[in-house]
Design a protein around this ligand. Structure first.
Ligand SMILES: *Cc1c(COP(=O)(O)O)cnc(C)c1O
Length: 390
């Protein structure tokens, strides 16, 4: 058994990132400024997005995308129950109503075959979530969006570096289309906390730039820098969602390392796939039939509770006893009490998501894991599955 606890995720912060943060701290400019701007330019160059706007979280990015699209009371926005609650909460804070569509059990993404049945006169947007970093079937989503003139906001919190049919997630140049990334510490790159909104729609970009800083026509950098002027106007009551230079300093270094990070993530996932292929009790994450590149944000098998004779939670507890950390992504959104009370959602409404929600587990997966760490996970998971009920 391992001597030290292996967490399910851990950020990889380089000495260069630490030096860049120290540089910001010593420079006298620690909030949004030159480093945030450089991070946006580098992010746009990487993804191919015409506009990239740095924010203090993906939650902020989703909220601003929805506000920039003008969503509000009376509107309906379609998304998946297999996501982090940020996706649904940000829809709610615009006043719009979230409409859930069940998932496909192979990809764990929104089942595009069920999308049409959820459309009503009030539907305004679709919010696909690229679960674990496996891109949704975007051709299917975009075809429906085009036919019904709906906006598309991709929740790409898991999908930085992922490709759909050769195209990087975030590179879309469609109008009324935005893609949002997260830099929370467990995500593919981190800034501590942070997010990025990518879009090819100039109007969404302009509105996001205003709304992230109280609707003021100029950010602090432009007001207080040598060449700045002190005047500004307010066009709309915005929020405070800007990214600090301290955060962008970390993000710039992380972005340079992204391809290496994702390569290592894919390597570890491939070792898990091979080691667990014949293992009764674990149903491995599957791919999609269309061409894609997975960003492997999380590795999420289903615990076959019938075959094992114990629950997913018992499985997680046993791994914990052997110093292996796990996490739960996610409990299906509709099973949380607030949404049940508010929308009348209950168990039985989205059976595929419930099946997954009851069995899914995230095993350790992060770029700094050593080969020995991976072997420890493999040996422990195999032992726990083969031990049967105890
Ligand atoms: C992490 C995450 C978010 C929220 O990201 P933050 O940067 O923490 O606000 C939204 N959606 C999904 C699917 C996520 O995993």
């Amino acid at each position: 058994m391992r001597e030290s606890f292996l967490p399910f995720a851990r950020p990889a912060i380089s000495e260069e990132a630490i030096a860049a943060v120290a540089d910001s701290l010593r420079s006298g400019w620690i909030t949004t400024g030159p480093k945030a701007q450089a991070f946006e330019e580098e992010f746009a160059a990487y993804t191919g997005a015409p506009f990239a706007l740095a924010l203090n979280s993906a939650t902020a990015g989703l909220h601003l995308a929805f506000l920039a699209l003008g969503l509000g009371h009376g509107d309906e926005v379609i998304t998946t129950p297999m996501t982090f609650v940020a996706t649904v909460n940000t829809i709610l804070w615009t006043g719009a109503r979230p409409i859930l569509v069940d998932i496909d059990r192979e990809t764990l993404n929104i089942d595009t075959a069920r999308l049409k049945a959820a459309l009503t006169e009030r539907t305004r947007a679709i919010v696909p979530v690229h679960f674990a970093g496996l891109p949704c079937d975007m051709d299917a989503v975009e075809a429906i969006a085009a036919e019904r003139e709906l906006a598309v906001v991709e929740d790409a919190a898991h999908a930085l570096g992922a490709r759909y049919k050769g195209r990087l997630i975030g590179s879309s140049k469609e109008k009324r289309h935005a893609t949002v990334f997260s830099f929370h510490p467990t995500k593919n790159i981190t800034t501590g906390e942070g997010g990025m909104l990518c879009t090819g729609d100039e109007e969404i970009a302009e509105k996001t730039a205003l709304l992230r800083q109280h609707g003021m026509s100029k950010g602090a950098w432009k007001r207080y820098a040598v060449q700045g002027t002190p005047h500004y106007d307010v066009h709309f009551p915005g929020l405070k969602y800007n990214m600090l230079d301290i955060e962008a300093a970390i993000g710039r270094d992380q972005l340079r390392r992204l391809e290496g990070f994702n390569g290592r993530r894919r390597e570890i996932a491939a070792r898990y796939d091979a080691a667990f292929a014949d293992l009764p009790g674990l149903i491995l994450p599957r791919g999609a039939s269309y061409d894609h590149l997975h960003s492997r944000h999380i590795y999420t098998p289903l615990v076959d509770t019938d075959a094992l004779g114990f629950s997913r939670d018992a499985f997680m507890a046993r791994l914990r006893e052997f110093n292996i950390g796990t996490a739960l992504h996610y409990q299906a959104v509709h099973l949380f009490s607030y949404y049940g009370k508010t929308f009348g959602w209950r168990r039985g409404d989205f059976p595929e998501a419930e099946h997954v929600s009851d069995r899914i587990v995230s095993l350790p997966l992060f770029p700094a894991m050593t080969d020995d760490d991976v072997s420890d996970v493999i040996e422990t998971v195999r032992a726990v599955c083969l031990s049967g009920g105890r």
